[in-house]
Design a protein around this ligand. Structure first.
Ligand code: HEC
Length: 89
């Protein structure tokens, strides 16, 4: 029984870590967003929902949304840039 409880606690902790990673890292996003800075001011995205913004960036990358420039960002990069932009830079 003790082992089971420990396993459950470990699983919960792992999920917490993964959840944090998915939410994006604004500090890392600052560097990554430099590729977008010529055309995008982070302040324009201040207060946006990070998850929605992440999806918007993914849609641009995937070609679902028409975009002026071809951008290549991984899903993790999209989350980081979104976190940075949503914070207003
Ligand atoms: C050469 C200029 C240019 C660069 C570089 C650029 N963009 Fe854009 N982007 C635009 C323009 C123009 C629009 C449309 C007008 C607007 O919303 O500002 C746009 C719109 C967007 C949108 C909104 C799409 C929507 O659903 O309305 C997102 C998200 C976006 N860009 C992400 C990025 C990301 C991420 C990068 C960097 C990796 C980037 N852009 C680099 C010009 C650029």
């Amino acid at each position: 029984m003790k082992t089971l409880k420990l396993l459950a606690a470990t699983a919960a902790a792992t999920m917490l870590v993964l959840g944090t990673a998915q939410a994006g890292d604004a500090a890392a996003g600052k560097t990554k967003a430099e590729a977008c800075a010529d055309c995008h001011d982070p302040a324009d995205f201040a207060g946006e929902d990070t998850a929605a913004l992440t999806q918007m960036i993914k849609d641009v990358v995937g070609g679902k949304t028409k975009h002026k420039a071809k951008i290549t960002v991984s899903d993790a990069d999209a989350a980081d840039i979104a976190a940075f932009w949503a914070a207003g830079g």
